[in-house]
Write a protein that binds this ligand. Structure first.
Ligand code: 7PJ
Length: 282
């Protein structure tokens, strides 16, 4: 199985990739100032690379439940300087976390290689054209509803089956409507995106079923609020549960783990893989 993202090519099976999260959203403790924010984001990104991140995911709009949308100009102002600086400094793929085609386009021009689209092409029909034009990698994530309202009343009959059907439908539509090859696509069940605690747990338990689609799987669980719902852990207390999920996910065939805590996740994942490689009859 191959994943192609512009000049990059990953051949699986291979050790799981840790994708480091780089948020470029205003820091309430700083007095703002774009230069300050972008310099801080670049510095943080370089630290994540030193910790073993093999992909960086750069985002300027929070998609946390209930978060306010950010205008296109503001999103561009946040992320483009960071991508320009990073692409000059490091040779790993940069992913742009956006639902806006214009932001994806500018990010790819600035040196990004992957579009991480939590709307999976449903926010704006032009998104897939941009991905196709640049031969970019594409993270196709499942969500039920837009970020503003998705956590109001998430509802499924069988969440694992429905997410699997969504992936199949999107893969076919991308190919037919935009000429995006399956080799450009990574699939992500979108933990926390229009899912109640029970749905998130069922998806984590059902990850293995998505491997039959023959595409790399990406998982984002890092510090998410479903951990608090299950275990009562506050925002800064969720690393152990995040690592448990990462380890289980790798054992079930997930190849890309999107996290804030890169060094810790790399350690957990490498240990998991070392043991898995010695299992007999699996
Ligand atoms: C995800 C994401 C995820 C992908 C966010 C947070 C919320 N992109 N962007 N998958 N989550 N592909 O990190 O808590 O799970 S933002």
């Amino acid at each position: 199985m191959i994943f192609r993202a512009r000049q990059f090519e990953f051949v699986f099976p291979r050790p799981a990739l840790v994708m480091g999260i780089v948020n470029v959203t205003p820091d309430s403790f700083s007095d703002g100032g774009n230069f300050f924010d972008s310099r801080k984001a670049v510095q943080h990104a370089l630290e994540l690379v030193a910790q073993g991140a093999e992909i960086l995911d750069i985002g300027g709009e929070s998609t946390r439940p209930g978060a306010k949308p950010v205008g296109e100009k503001e999103e561009l102002r946040r992320v483009i300087p960071v991508i320009e600086k990073l692409s000059a400094k490091i040779k790993i793929p940069l992913s742009i976390d956006t639902m806006k085609p214009a932001v994806a386009h500018a990010a790819l021009e600035a040196g990004a290689s992957i579009v991480n689209d939590v709307a999976a092409g449903r926010s704006d029909g032009a998104m897939w054209k941009v991905v196709s034009e640049f031969h970019a990698g594409y993270v196709c994530m499942h969500a039920q509803g837009p970020p503003q309202t998705m956590q109001q009343d998430p509802s499924y009959i069988d969440v694992v089956r429905e997410v699997g059907e969504f992936f199949s439908e999107r893969l076919t539509a991308m190919l037919n409507e935009a000429g995006i090859a399956a080799e450009q696509v990574v699939l992500d069940p979108g933990i926390g995106f229009g899912k109640a605690l029970e749905h998130n747990l069922q998806l984590l338990a059902g990850l293995r079923s998505f491997t039959k689609l023959q595409r790399p799987l990406l998982l984002g669980v890092s510090r998410k609020s479903f951990i608090e719902k299950l275990l009562g852990a506050g925002l800064n207390e969720r690393l152990p549960a995040s690592l448990a999920c990462a380890s289980l996910a790798v054992a079930d065939g997930v190849q890309i783990i999107r996290v804030h805590d890169v060094a810790e996740t790399v350690q957990a994942v490498r240990m998991t893989e070392a043991v898995l490689s010695r299992r007999k009859n699996v």
